[in-house]
Ligand binder design. Structure first.
Ligand code: ATP
Ligand code: MG
Length: 147
């Protein structure tokens, strides 16, 4: 356990708490951290009414979301390095969020994933199951949900 820890980051406050917990574990066990941020596919058609479009960003929505995801993962990795974790890597991927995280866990021999807690105020999220809930159900590795 703790040979390769994945931290799922979406830029939220909850994920920031997960980052701090993962850093503590990595420092205690001298473990490497991989920060993963996943963005969904967003076609131009779908984006007609989106915020991305109204902000007049001169990039495609996919590029914009991809850059946001990369920045999120890279900021977390830089923060981990500043806080004493020597091996911290940033990865961003596009796809269905929970499925993409689980695929990454399987392909990269991740033994532990650390995530933030799910949103409890959102009825839709409660009914459909949040990202963290899906990942905990589907992943074979140890799942830590930070509250
Ligand atoms: N796009 C993402 N990329 C990487 N990790 C994510 C992503 N979305 C969620 N996570 C991980 O899952 C944790 C919980 O987020 P989750 O999406 O399950 O709940 P939520 O956003 O509060 O509610 P909802 O179920 O409405 O999405 C986050 O703190 C983060 O660790
Ligand atoms: Mg979410």
């Amino acid at each position: 356990m703790f040979n390769k820890i994945l931290v799922a980051v979406d830029g939220s406050e909850h994920a920031a708490k997960a980052v701090d917990t993962a850093i503590e574990i990595a420092r205690k066990f001298d473990a490497p951290l991989v920060f993963l941020s996943v963005y969904k596919h967003y076609s131009r058609m779908e984006s007609t009414h989106s915020l991305v479009q109204t902000r007049e960003v001169p990039q495609s929505p996919d590029e914009t979301l991809g850059k946001l995801a990369r920045d999120t993962a890279e900021r977390a990795a830089a923060y981990a390095k500043e806080h004493g974790v020597e091996r911290a890597e940033a990865v961003s991927k596009r796809g269905p969020v929970a499925r993409t995280i689980v695929d990454f866990i399987n392909k990269q021999n991740i033994d532990t994933i650390v995530m933030g807690r799910r949103g409890l105020g959102d009825m839709e999220g409660l009914l459909l199951g949040s990202v963290s809930h899906k990942v905990c159900s589907l992943a074979e590795c140890t799942c830590i949900t930070v509250k």
